[in-house]
Design a protein around this ligand. Sequence first.
Ligand code: C2E
Ligand code: MG
Ligand code: MG
Ligand code: MG
Length: 290
Amino acid sequence: SAKKVGRGQYRFFDQSLNLKDVEEFHLEQSFSEALRNREFVLHYQPQVCLDSMEIIGYEALVRWQHPEFGLLFPDRFIPVAENSGFVIPLGLEVLRLACAQIAQWQVEGISAQPVAVNVSPIQLTQAEFCRQVLEMISEYDLKTDQLELEITETAMLDANAVESLHCLKAAGVKLSLDDFGTGYSGFAHLDAVPVDKLKIDRSLIAKICNSHDDSPIVSSTIILAKRMQLKVVAEGVETRDQLVHLKVAGCDIAQGYHLSRPMPPADLPDFLRAFTGQLKEYQPLMELFG
Ligand code: C2E
Ligand code: MG
Ligand code: MG
Ligand code: MG
């Protein structure tokens, strides 16, 4: 029976099956075909060194160019992919796309910077994950330090995942702990896992307004991370004030809309030309707080 759920919208399904379930079911059904049709693409967001104000790397962020729904963002389909197990083949596709892009940028002389790829804890629990990553790196003739992996706290709680991380680290792949400061993340598990970088979640960065000491959590996190020899990345930097605050607090690297939105690779050459000019504006600022 059709039930009116809003103006002009009808729900043709049983009460127990809500619209979100239906959408997720639909997405799940089209995953394999999407992979065959190469509907997954990566957008790249620059990471900027706060000492030199140069781009020192990119984070690869997956999008799904869906034939019916348009460009879908990962929050919409990664959880579905994780629940269905599809995140494993999807994760390999993402790694392949990133490696191919690194190789292509290198050949074209556009960028030689490392690219960071997000990996789901489910991928890390696979015994063959480390080997697959290393094979992919050599298939594209890359060095292990051209690829970084971003992991989340949940990965540190699983023994198999921790083993994968040690294997990757031993091979020279850099590891970043993503979304630090959310959920249960803290310094407690950092001893067990060989991470190189800590990415402070954007919910904490958003609390930095315009006074220079209004975010003791961010400042203390930076100090603690440095004591542990970790590089600190701030994500979600949206304003110049936040950038200055982070610089003063000793943060190493910034990423966010204030510097650049994630972009399709085709936009990178134009972006790089514009960014180099835009940077001159920051030089005196950085010297002031350097
Ligand atoms: P994340 O790894 O923490 O990525 C950062 C997210 O913040 C990205 O959202 C990015 O577009 C967004 N962002 C960057 N700068 C700003 C800013 O200044 N302001 C605001 N408001 N947002 C900003 P996106 O691309 O929607 O990705 C969301 C999450 O999906 C990622 O969070 C990551 O956990 C996951 N993800 C993305 N790509 C992949 C992937 O290939 N595999 C897996 N397993 N997860 C992925
Ligand atoms: Mg990330
Ligand atoms: Mg993050
Ligand atoms: Mg996040």
